[in-house]
Design a protein around this ligand. Sequence first.
Ligand SMILES: [Zn+2]
Length: 116
Amino acid sequence: MIDIKNISKRVELQRDAIVAMIKRLKRDDPFASVDRSLIVEPGTDAGVLFGHEQAVVMEQRLKKDLFEIEYALKKIKKGTYGRCEKCGKAIEAKRLEVKPSAIYCFSDEKKMEKKR
Ligand SMILES: [Zn+2]
């Protein structure tokens, strides 16, 4: 049996951490407050550009995680937590232990990763 209370607490903590990380990324991104058309301005520092690209990639990754986490929280509230969104089978307890926000079972997640 999975300890749903413990898991929901962990997932909430994860969500808070990711929200904080996204905020920090936005603050540190050198282009966050600059008009996007200025990015290709000649003389733009390559290092700054690189930093911006890194921040964008990181942010996208974090937002994807955040989406899954919020989805998992919704499932906890609905009482459907721990069921795979694809096949409807129970997600392996071990997997939830490692990744409490998992919404797909191991084999479905693998299949999806191959498609990317
Ligand atoms: Zn599945």
